[in-house]
Design a protein. Structure first.
Length: 451
């Protein structure tokens, strides 16, 4: 009721919002009110859900106008409303699955890059008092739940046996602090046998939570090399434990949630692998610098291929399996898969999701080129001179063999997942392939696409 509100001078303040059928006209009106409310809409769930529905219908209208049925790009002013008001308000609402689905109905209309931008801005909003409190409470609760997670929990232990429900409840409101706590545990790697149970904790998570997990994994992969975050141990010539653990977790997570968007993660991996091919080992004064190994982020890609692509690998083959390598690809795959049972329908869905992400973004030729450049670099005289002091031959073996293994896994995965015509369309021109690789590897790369 706005009665008795005309006592001011000039009557400049409206008593109510003007009815509007157009979101573009409504937005300037509500922005002033939202700035006043900040994120305290969490006390009025009806208002909060109504605003999410309005944004959802606006996006559907925009998509219909564009006519191509693809993702919509939100205007910056609407992006600001989403991350400054709507998402923070949702963080303060106690676990509400309906609200989580409503938020995802909006977010899934956007491109992966705009979604990730909004998630990162949402994270920066957690400095305010109430949001900071919710953030820290979620982290504390997640730690308490993860302490109880075990591989085969007994039914009478209600916390451990139902841990996936508890984690899902926390992620409805505050997925970022919950996932951050989980990934920190994974990277520390106090017990590598806990990686699969941690993945099982995400069993019932919403699509919004799964997408934010993709954002968090991409962010971990994008972190630069530092003293506390080395990619390999130079002296022992071994991969950093955090990288190995993160790779296995990412592979197992995407195998369980193949519908989750892979584009952001694969783009980050490809950029980092490709960026190191253009950098030299010479330091600022011409002196050789220590090899940082940032391209070793390819370990994440190898794990995605292994778990999502269903590419079986055996670390130590027995005599019979080695003997079977002399046969064809069918004999090899049968010898490696002996005693292993897979859900074929789930496996095929995950494989096609990974293939689509690699092919649609045009990442296959870029990865092949980057791997070939690194291969030549590892065999170069400048690399051997720069690494003569530490690691030596053992380090060279780790890097060169790892590069070769990644090339073989990528090529074999594409050969298994593609029909011949599609594979041939992925292969660069023959002249380029033979200039990138030695003849034996070049023939291996093109063989599946030959008529």
């Amino acid at each position: 009721g706005g009665g008795g509100g005309g006592g001011g001078g000039g009557g400049g303040v409206p008593e109510a919002l003007q009815p509007s059928a157009d979101f573009e006209q409504l937005l300037p009106q509500i922005r002033m009110i939202l700035e006043h409310l900040e994120y305290f809409m969490h006390t009025d769930l009806h208002l909060l859900t109504s605003l999410w529905k309005i944004v959802h219908h606006y996006l559907l209208e925009q998509r219909d106008k564009s006519g191509n049925g693809s993702h919509v790009t939100l205007d910056d002013s609407i992006v600001a409303v989403v991350y400054r008001h709507l998402l923070p308000a949702a963080s303060l609402v106690p676990n509400n699955p309906y609200l989580s689905d409503l938020m995802w109905s909006v977010m899934q209309q956007l491109s992966v890059f705009q979604r990730f931008l909004i998630y990162s801005c949402w994270e920066t909003m957690c400095e305010g008092f109430l949001l900071k409190l919710a953030f820290e409470k979620t982290k504390s609760s997640t730690k308490q739940i993860l302490k109880r997670v075990v591989a085969n929990a007994e039914k009478r232990d209600l916390i451990a046996h139902q841990s996936h429900f508890h984690v899902t409840k926390l992620c409805h409101s505050n997925p970022i602090p919950c996932i951050e706590t989980m990934l920190k545990d994974v990277e520390i790697g106090f017990n590598v046998n806990m990686i699969q149970p941690y993945v099982e904790c995400t069993n019932r998570c919403s699509e919004m939570t799964a997408d934010i997990m993709g954002y968090m994994l991409a962010r971990q992969c994008a972190k630069p090399h530092s003293a506390g975050r080395a990619f390999l141990n130079q002296q022992d010539a071994t991969l950093a434990p955090w990288l190995v653990n993160l790779g296995e977790f990412a592979g197992r997570f995407y195998k369980k949630h193949p519908q989750t968007d892979l584009v952001g993660l694969l783009t980050i991996i490809t950029k980092r692998v490709n960026s190191e091919t253009s950098t030299s080992d010479a330091g600022p004064g011409g002196a050789p610098s220590e090899y940082k190994g940032e391209a070793l982020i390819r370990v994440i890609l190898e794990n995605l291929i292994e778990y999502m692509g269903g590419l079986l690998t055996v670390a130590d083959m027995n005599a019979e399996q080695l003997h079977c390598l002399a046969g064809g690809p069918r004999l090899k795959s049968e010898s490696l898969s002996i005693g292993k049972k897979e859900d074929t329908s789930r496996k095929e869905r995950a494989r096609q999701a990974l293939l689509s992400a690699l092919v649609d973004q045009g990442l296959v030729p870029v990865l092949w080129y980057s791997l070939s450049q690194q291969r030549h670099h590892f065999l170069s005289e400048e690399f051997s001179e720069s690494q003569s002091s530490g690691g030596g031959l053992k380090l060279l073996g780790l890097l060169f063999d790892g590069n070769h293994e990644c090339f073989l896994k990528l090529t074999e995965f594409l050969a298994q997942a593609c029909v011949r015509e599609k594979y041939a369309s992925l292969v660069p021109p023959l002249q380029s392939v033979f200039s990138m690789f030695e003849p034996s590897l070049a023939f291996l790369a093109i063989r599946h696409g030959l008529p």
